[in-house]
Design a protein around this ligand. Structure first.
Ligand SMILES: [Zn+2]
Length: 379
C-alpha cells in the first residue's frame, strides 16, 4: 500500500505521508513555472468565429517534422516496444517511444515491460470514458519545462505542438519528490510501471490529472485531487483490482490528515474548497474534501458533471479572482445550492461509499471492517 501525492502546476511537493505502512513528510520545494494556456484555446476563441488566420502559421511553426507514416523525425534516440508483457527492457540511454496519442520518455537505467504502451493506451481510454472527456486538445504554446528538469533539454524536436500527452518514466531520485502531472505531461517513476507492488496506480492518478488539465482552466486542488482519486478508485473497481489508496480517505484512525468534516456542515458557501487551495502543501486535506465532493457531484449531477465544469472553466477572464472562478465553475455546472446539498448528502452518502468500498475490498483482504470516519452532522 502506498499513498501517492501529486503536484499540480505551481509547486513541486516533496512528500512523505505518515500512513499505515510507511513514513513520509511533506515539504514544499521550488516551483516550475506554470503558464495558463493562452493561445487559441477554447477560452480565447469563440465557437462561431472562424480560427484566426494566424493559427495555421502557428501550427506549421509548432509541428514536429514527421516521416511518411506520421512518425516524428528526431535527432534524439527512439525505441520500439515489443508488446510482450514478459519482456523486460532495460533502457540504455535517454530515449523516447511514440504512440498515436502519447509519447513515452525514458530516463537511462529504467526498466519496463514490453507491453507498457498498451497499458498506457488502455488507461487513457478508460479515463476518457469514465470522465466523459478527451485527451485531444488544441495546440497551445505553453509547456512545463520537463525537458530541462529531467532530460538536460533533450527531445526539443519531439511533440512540439503538444498534440500528444508526454509521459515520463524516470528513475526515482528518492529525495522526496513525487509523481506529478500538468496539462501536457505526466511524470512517473520506474516502480510505478515496473514493480508489481505499484500496479500502475500512480499512472491512473497522474493521467487523470493530465486529462482534466488538458481540457480545463485551473481548477484548484480540491477538485483536481478529488477527480484523480475518484477516477483511480472507479477504474480499480472496473478492472477488479485492489484500491488500497482509497482506504486513506475512509478509515480515520489511520488518517494522518487534519481533515475536519464539521467544516462542511458549518459552511454553506463552500469555503473549504478554496481554503484548502491556499493551505495545501502541508495539510493535504484537499484529497479528503476532494474525493467526497467529486463522488457527491457525480452521484447528484450526473457522470458528465466534470466535463461540464471543465468547459465552463475555460470561459474565464483574468479579471476574475481564482476563488470566484472556482465557485462559479462549480455552481454553473451544478446548482446554486450545491454546497448545502453536499452537506446533506455527506453523512449517508459517504457512509454508503465506505460500506461499498469495504465490501468490494474484502476479496483482497477478508479481515477488512468498515469503520465510519463520519462525525455526525448537526441535527
Ligand atoms: Zn494528485
Amino acid at each position: 500500500m502506498k499513498k501517492k501525492l501529486c503536484v499540480l502546476m505551481t509547486v513541486l511537493v516533496m512528500a512523505n505521508l505518515n500512513v499505515a505502512c510507511r513514513k513520509e513528510n511533506v515539504e514544499i520545494m521550488s516551483a516550475p513555472a506554470y503558464q495558463v494556456p493562452s493561445l487559441y484555446t477554447r477560452a480565447t476563441v469563440s465557437e462561431d468565429e472562424p480560427d484566426p488566420p494566424r493559427k495555421k502559421e502557428e501550427l506549421r511553426y509548432l509541428a514536429s517534422e514527421t516521416d511518411a507514416v506520421g512518425k516524428t523525425i528526431s535527432k534524439w534516440p527512439s525505441i520500439s516496444l515489443s508488446g510482450d508483457p514478459d519482456e523486460v527492457i532495460e533502457i540504455k540511454e535517454d530515449c523516447f517511444y511514440e504512440d498515436e496519442r502519447f509519447f513515452l520518455f525514458f530516463q537511462k537505467g529504467v526498466k519496463i515491460h514490453g507491453d507498457l504502451a498498451g497499458h498506457i493506451d488502455r488507461i487513457m481510454s478508460e479515463l476518457e470514458e469514465l470522465l466523459h472527456m478527451s485527451y485531444e486538445r488544441d495546440p497551445v504554446n505553453s509547456d512545463i519545462n520537463w525537458r530541462f528538469l529531467y532530460f538536460d533539454n533533450a527531445f526539443s524536436d519531439v511533440n512540439r505542438d503538444l498534440g500528444k500527452l508526454n509521459i515520463l518514466i524516470l528513475k526515482n531520485p528518492h529525495d522526496g519528490r513525487v509523481e506529478w502531472a500538468g496539462e501536457n505531461v505526466a511524470v512517473l517513476y520506474e516502480e510505478d510501471v515496473f514493480s508489481p507492488e505499484y500496479d500502475l496506480q500512480a499512472a491512473y492518478h497522474e493521467m487523470a490529472h493530465a486529462l482534466q488539465l488538458r481540457q480545463s482552466g485551473p481548477f484548484g486542488r480540491v477538485l483536481a485531487e478529488g477527480i484523480a482519486t475518484y477516477a483511480e478508485y472507479k477504474l480499480a473497481v472496473l478492472e477488479n483490482r485492489p484500491a488500497w489508496d482509497t482506504a486513506f480517505f475512509i478509515r480515520d484512525e489511520r488518517n494522518p490528515y487534519p481533515y475536519d468534516e464539521t467544516r462542511i456542515y458549518a459552511d454553506p458557501v463552500g469555503t473549504y474548497i478554496y481554503d484548502t487551495e491556499v493551505e495545501s502543501g502541508h495539510a493535504n486535506s484537499e484529497y479528503q474534501y476532494g474525493i467526497r465532493f467529486v463522488t457527491f457531484l457525480v452521484e447528484t449531477y450526473g457522470e458528465d458533471v466534470i466535463d461540464r465544469m471543465c468547459r465552463i472553466s475555460l470561459q474565464f477572464d483574468y479579471e476574475e479572482s481564482r476563488t470566484d472562478m472556482i465557485m462559479r465553475v462549480i455552481k454553473d455546472a451544478t446548482s446554486d445550492d450545491v454546497f448545502e446539498r453536499f452537506a446533506k448528502w455527506l453523512p449517508e452518502g459517504w457512509k454508503k461509499f465506505g460500506e461499498e468500498y469495504v465490501e468490494y475490498m474484502r476479496q483482497f483482504d477478508p479481515t477488512l471492517q468498515y469503520k465510519t470516519d463520519s462525525k455526525q452532522a448537526p441535527v
